[in-house]
Design a protein around this ligand. Structure first.
Ligand SMILES: [Cu+2]
Length: 128
């Protein structure tokens, strides 16, 4: 091969290596996120209420599963208040800390909001 081809190959190899390293770093970060629970993370599906948002905003669970909402927004109170078909079904107290749990026994889409901050929107999709 010519010296020119060799340079092209080395450059392609470097790009591949960079991609591999990026993947490895990403993998490590994900692994750390999965294990760094500190022993306080709920075991089942969970939503964190923080930074004026439900995280994740949309969650899919199966019938019979219990979802835990953890209120952790530096003292700002929120609630979980069902809208539409979930109105009156999904209902937490207004709370600035602690958790709220709800066990979904019927399939469907449960949309909810915060009565204090209507811009906060969340949904739980319950599959059979
Ligand atoms: Cu709120």
């Amino acid at each position: 091969m010519t010296p020119g081809q060799s340079r092209v190959r080395a450059s392609a190899l470097r790009r591949s290596l960079t991609a591999l390293v990026a993947l490895a770093v990403l993998g490590t970060a994900v692994a750390c996120g999965g294990t760094d629970t500190g022993g306080t993370e709920p075991a089942g599906p969970s939503v964190t209420v923080a930074d004026m948002a439900y995280q994740p905003a949309s969650l899919t669970v199966r019938v019979g599963e219990t979802v835990t909402w953890t209120f952790d927004d530096r003292g700002t109170p929120h609630d979980v208040s069902g809208t539409g078909t979930a109105e009156g079904v999904l209902r937490s107290p207004i709370q600035a800390s602690g958790t709220f749990t709800y066990t979904f026994t019927e399939p469907g889409t449960y949309e909810y909001t915060c009565t204090l901050h209507p811009e906060m929107q969340g949904a739980v999709i319950v599959t059979p």
